[in-house]
Every structure is written in C-alpha cells, then in structure tokens.
Write a protein that binds this ligand. Structure first.
Ligand code: MTE
Ligand code: MO
Length: 278
C-alpha cells in the first residue's frame, strides 16, 4: 500500500498550473490532497464499502484515522531533521536567479550597514537581543545548492551560504515548555512551538513551526551564488528554508521572535496555507 501513496515530492503542485486562481487553490489544498491521495489509495485497495462500514475512531472511521496518522508521521519524517531536501551540482545553478516580492522592502532609505537583528524571547534574557551582521557571521556556516520553489509555479536552483538556524538557536535559544532549560538539539520538541520573523518595517512577516525552523537546511543567509546577498534578494540577511515554498523565505529579516502562539503570516492572511510546506 505504501507505494500507492505519493512521495512528498510528487505531491508538489504541477508547475504547469494554468492560472492564478488554480494555483491559489492548489497551494491551499496541497497538503490536504496528500492526505486524500492516501485515503483514495486505501479506498481502491480495500473498497469503499468496507471502509464505510468501519467503526469511528476520534470522529473518523478508523481506517481513515490510520491513513491520517500515517500521512502525519510521513510528513513528520519528511520535515524532521533526517529528511533533507535534494541538493544539486554547481553546474545546475539557475542563472540569473529570479527576483520576486518586495513587501516590507519598500523603504528606499534602508541602509544594510546600519542594520541590526532583534531577537525576542531568547531564553535567559530579560530584554530583546540586538545582533550585528558580524555577530551572526561568527557562528558556524553552511553552503548548499537547493531548489527554491515559488507558489506561483516557478523554481530555481541557488547556492546559499549562511548560518544554519539550528546553530543560531544553540547560541540564542528559545525557551523550553516543560524543562528547566532548552536543549535545542537533544529535545527540540520541548521548545516553544513557533518562530516568527518580520522585516524591519513590519511590512512582511512569516510564521514557522519550530521543527521546520530548526531543519538542518534552514539558513540565515547572507550569500547567494558566491556573492554577498543583494538588496533585492534580502540583504543583509534573508531566510532560506528549502522545506517551504518561497513565501516563507523572508528577505531583509529585522526580527526573530520565539513564541508558543502561532505567529501571523503575511500570505496566510491572504488565504494561502499557513504551513506552506513542500
Ligand atoms: N520581505 C519579503 N520577503 C519575501 C517576499 C516579499 O515580498 N518580501 N516574497 C517572498 C516570495 S513570494 C518569494 S518567491 C521569494 C523570492 O525571493 P527572491 O527575490 O530572492 O527570488 O521571496 C519571499 N520573501
Ligand atoms: Mo513566491
């Protein structure tokens, strides 16, 4: 049965989507359709009549519940630290890269050299932590060539360099929910559940679940294709999160906030899926 269920990659909406409305709908249903594909596969396998005759378990006939759980654990696997997004060769980099979206980046007077990052709710700190670009560059770095997928239906392969968010969180940790102190690597599920990020002017903002934020390929990025990040791509720091669509890859990060409340998200407020996972 497991081979009837599409892999997370196959559940990606087709890039040939014909119009904006279709794409918008697809983005909203993409995660759900993955679940329904699982149910459909099971229905074909066992027969709808048999399915319908099952007793209820937590409000759903139990085979449905089991498929939901199965998909849930698959998604958990996929977004968990073990499952990496594909990486590519230098020869596969898309040239030139595309630029898209300037919400929260419309202040022409913005000066990256005067920029600082505000980190709210760092464990053990009473006040927000202010960091310079040099502070961030002191942390361990990673370079990776991954595919960047916009919900509008295009993608590009880019080499990104930056500080893995998990390395950042080891030094500037979120609070634990139950334990006395945070254990970012050993016990990430005890951390507060979300990370919010916003541009300095608050004009663009994203919410991330903690597991995706701490995924090993999630970077606070300051170099793109071997060059310092340009203003239009989000200088001095933008987020690179290959397990999410482009919308979550916020450019020009001004603040990072650890929180147990699901953060506001610019595109989720316009009806897109809050999770926006690939
Ligand atoms: N601050 C900010 N970040 C943003 C956006 C935006 O409008 N403002 N658009 C998002 C979207 S929809 C995409 S596809 C990517 C595009 O990144 P790029 O310009 O580096 O290609 O940025 C994301 N990050
Ligand atoms: Mo996008």
């Amino acid at each position: 049965m497991s081979d009837s269920i599409p892999s997370p990659n196959e559940s990606k909406p087709s890039f040939a989507a014909e119009n904006a409305e279709t794409r918008r709908k697809m983005s909203r249903i993409s995660r759900r359709s993955f679940i329904w594909a699982g149910i459909a596969a099971l229905a074909t396998y066992k027969g709808i009549g048999w399915l319908a005759s099952r007793t209820e378990d937590q409000g759903a006939p139990w085979p449905f519940r089991r498929v939901l759980d199965f998909n849930g654990s698959l998604a958990g696997d996929y977004f968990g630290p073990q499952r990496l997004a594909p990486t590519f060769k230098a020869s596969e980099i898309t040239k030139p890269p595309r630029t898209n979206g300037d919400e929260g980046m419309k202040d022409d007077d913005f000066d990256p050299s005067q920029w600082t990052l505000t980190v709210n709710n760092v464990f053990g700190k009473d006040a927000p932590v202010q960091l310079t670009l040099d502070d961030i560059k002191k942390l361990p770095t990673a370079t990776q060539i991954t595919e960047f997928c916009c919900i509008e239906g295009w993608s590009m392969k880019v080499e990104w360099k930056g500080v893995p968010m998990v390395e950042f969180a080891k030094v500037y940790p979120p609070s634990p929910r139950a334990g006395d102190k945070p254990d970012v690597v050993g016990n990430p599920s005890d951390l507060v559940r979300y990370v919010g990020m916003a541009t300095p002017d608050g004009g663009y903002y994203v919410g991330l679940d903690m597991a995706s934020a701490l995924h090993p390929q999630t970077l606070l990025c300051y170099e793109m294709n071997g060059e310092p990040l340009t203003i239009e791509h989000g200088a001095p720091i933008r987020l690179v999160i290959p397990v999410k669509y482009g919308v979550k890859n916020i450019k020009r990060i001004g603040s990072i906030t650890y929180t147990d409340h699901q953060p506001n998200d610019f595109w989720a407020e316009q009806g897109y899926d809050w999770f926006a996972g690939l």
